[in-house]
Ligand binder design. Structure first.
Ligand code: FES
Ligand code: FES
Length: 158
């Protein structure tokens, strides 16, 4: 029988108390226990970036994060950012540029881009490529995503 532990997590501003298997990863807790499915399970080994969320405001791969280690931290998924102005600009530009195809990478891409634009208001295409280099997309060829982030950056800086 798998040993269990009770965790208290701050997820998207709500205190969640939950019993999980000892050593459970955060991605599994979010998706399978709390039914928050915006972080995607891609590679499940830290390579693709599809599971990216914010932990204490910093993008992290939830498939590599032990849930128990996140108890005193702020966990935020894309869902918590949807009304944020910078995120809205990214949503509009991704949509306008056709940067969302299957959508599997989109949540992780947007969180990474949102955090990047927090400190980079006039990034070059090279800057954007570098910032997003840990997020893989199998559909778009990346250019539409780069263009979208550049457009959002331009609008944010106006
Ligand atoms: S699912 Fe976490 S990096 Fe791919
Ligand atoms: S839109 Fe399909 S993986 Fe990026």
């Amino acid at each position: 029988m798998t040993a269990k532990e009770v965790l208290t997590l701050d997820v998207n501003g709500a205190r969640r108390e939950i019993e999980v298997a000892c050593g459970e990863i955060l991605l599994t807790v979010l998706r399978d226990e709390l039914r928050i499915t915006s972080p995607k399970r891609g590679c499940n080994q830290g390579v693709c970036g599809a599971c990216t969320i914010l932990i204490n405001g910093v993008p992290q791969r939830s498939c590599l994060s032990l849930a128990a280690n996140c108890q005193s931290k702020e966990i935020r998924t894309l869902d918590a950012l949807l009304d944020d102005g910078r995120m809205r600009k990214l949503q509009d530009s991704f949509q306008g540029n056709g940067a969302v195809q299957c959508g599997f990478c989109t949540s992780g891409m947007m969180i990474t881009a949102w955090h990047f634009l927090e400190t980079s208001d006039q990034p070059t295409a090279t800057d954007i490529r570098s910032a997003l280099s840990g997020n893989l997309c199998r559909c778009t060829g990346y250019q539409k995503i780069i263009d979208s982030v550049a457009e959002a950056a331009q609008e944010t800086s106006q």
